[in-house]
Design a binder for this molecule. Structure first.
Ligand SMILES: Nc1nc2c(ncn2[C@@H]2O[C@H](COP(=O)(O)OP(=O)(O)OP(=O)(O)O)[C@@H](O)[C@H]2O)c(=O)[nH]1
Ligand SMILES: [Mg+2]
Length: 456
């Protein structure tokens, strides 16, 4: 997408129009992610506002919860990026969950956040569980462990300290993380931590954060470095996934490996780029202008751009405490030049969240017919397999009766085979089959001999 004069003229009022500046959505709830026509029709702040969207969201969430994502293509938003580019911080900004971030808190397993709105007056709740891996990953050779299925933690509000303690317990006792290099060390896990938040003030939203792309295996085993890359590629490759590619504004994009992976494995239509750490460019005008150029489509970041839609954000840094006012900080940064050259609806976390909600909602809606027919197909296959098992054998007498039937049928066939082979079903007439095979063999051998004799 290229920046237009109109883009620039609108950029003087960042964050000033809460719901009316996002992408065009048509009546079937599809999002115009290009926005290139320069007209941004109003879409609701919460794209899951309609009852039908909420029903679809819940249905998709339940499918994911019961581990159906390996059998059914369920659309989801996935955050990918290089190590320490600010993915978990972004998730924290998007969901208000106090994610442990920064030094020593590198993400060790995929984490899905599911946020749901409940009826007014209901209590806020959280529920944390661990679900089986969603993608098959080469490179990880971890011993199988199953106790993660038992993990469940529920409560009303999820505070930073409590969440940190939960993460510690999950990592050590359920995911089996043993950080370090060498035999017996396990730096990552393939299972997915599921954090469900519900309450009357929560938006409908679901997103997955995965470990960052490593460039240097100094602190982990080399196989694990490849394993992480394979995990990222698997999540990227799934055509129903929408990929949020996070790159930090401080490092040259051409040197960020994630951009090259995205070029190879994600189509532009399935990718949104997010530039974090914009605050760290401070007064470096050249670097800031370069990032603005990328965000407005005027500057080529690679020979093959990974997406047409870029957002600029800033997250809470390690210097700022939990009282940090993100919306205010982003507004102060992005209303200044050169950032104000970027369309207002591409600046800041709040705009990103609205955009992602629209994408998720339209993708779920768009994919639902396929999901339904796939489930119907799987259901009829399962029912066929169940019918083939026969009637339920719940009591000891039922089971004895079943085995007696098997024995009686075998006995009847054995008697026929010995005394009246002509009565056997076609498939069991072994003598006939052997004779037919012998006749065929003789015919072939004789034919081949005749040919050889005729050859001069
Ligand atoms: N100043 C500033 N610091 C940031 C920003 N985003 C993240 N950080 C800091 O960067 C460090 C790494 O952030 P994380 O969110 O843990 O990065 P990550 O990409 O999740 O890291 P891995 O999971 O290890 O790959 C932390 O110290 C954050 O506070 C930002 O926009 N501005
Ligand atoms: Mg992280």
């Amino acid at each position: 997408m290229s920046s237009t004069t109109e883009d620039r003229s609108r950029s003087t009022t960042p964050f000033s129009s809460p719901a009316g500046t996002e992408d065009t959505v048509n009546t079937t709830n599809t999002v115009n992610t290009e926005g290139s026509d320069g007209i941004d029709d109003a879409i609701p702040e919460n794209p899951f506002d309609s009852e039908s969207s909420r029903i679809l969201f819940d249905a998709v969430d339940q499918l994911q919860h019961c581990g159906a994502s390996r059998l059914v293509d369920i659309p989801q938003l996935v955050i990918v990026g290089g190590q320490s580019t600010g993915k978990s911080s972004l998730l924290q900004s998007l969901t208000d969950i106090p994610f442990p971030v920064g030094t020593g808190c590198c993400t060790r397993f995929a984490t899905r956040i599911v946020s749901k709105r409940t009826a007014p007056g209901t209590a806020s709740r959280f529920k944390i569980t661990i679900v089986p891996p969603e993608v098959s990953i080469e490179g990880f050779e971890y011993p199988a462990r199953d106790n993660y299925r038992e993990y469940v933690q529920v409560g009303e509000t999820l505070g930073a300290e409590e969440f940190e303690a939960i993460m510690e317990e999950v990592s050590n006792d359920y995911m089996g993380i043993r950080s370090g290099k060498g035999p017996g060390k396990k730096n990552f896990a393939t299972q997915v931590l599921r954090v469900e938040l519900s309450g009357p003030g929560r938006p409908f939203f679901s997103i997955v954060d995965i470990p960052g792309l490593f460039v240097n295996p100094d602190t982990v085993n080399e196989g694990e470095m490849h394993g992480i890359q394979s995990m990222i590629v698997e999540y990227m490759k799934q055509p129903e996934n929408f990929v949020i590619c996070v790159a930090d504004a401080v490092t040259d994009l051409a040197n960020q490996g994630i951009v090259h992976l995205a070029t190879k494995h994600v189509t532009k239509q399935r990718c949104v780029g997010v530039l974090t750490k914009c605050d760290m460019l401070r007064d470096d005008e050249d670097a800031s202008s370069k990032i603005v150029g990328i965000a407005t489509g005027q500057e080529e970041h690679t020979t093959q751009p990974i997406c047409d839609t870029w957002f600029v954000v800033r997250n809470r840094s390690s210097r700022e405490d939990r009282s940090f006012d993100l919306a205010r900080a982003e507004m102060q940064l992005f209303e200044r030049a050169p950032w104000n050259e970027i369309r207002p609806n591409r600046r800041g976390t709040r705009m990103l969240r609205t955009h992602l909600s629209s994408l998720l909602s339209s993708r779920i809606r768009g994919n639902f017919p396929n999901i339904r027919s796939r489930i119907q197909h799987l259901l009829s296959e399962a029912q066929r397999a169940r019918t083939a098992l026969g009637n339920p054998r719940q009591t000891h007498a039922d089971r004895q009766g079943y085995l007696r039937d098997v024995v009686e049928r075998y006995e009847a066939l054995a008697t026929d085979a010995l005394e009246k082979p002509g009565r056997l079903p076609e498939a069991l007439r072994a003598r006939n089959k052997v004779k037919a095979a012998n006749d065929e063999f003789t015919r072939k051998i004789t034919e081949d001999d005749g040919r050889e004799e005729r050859t001069p």
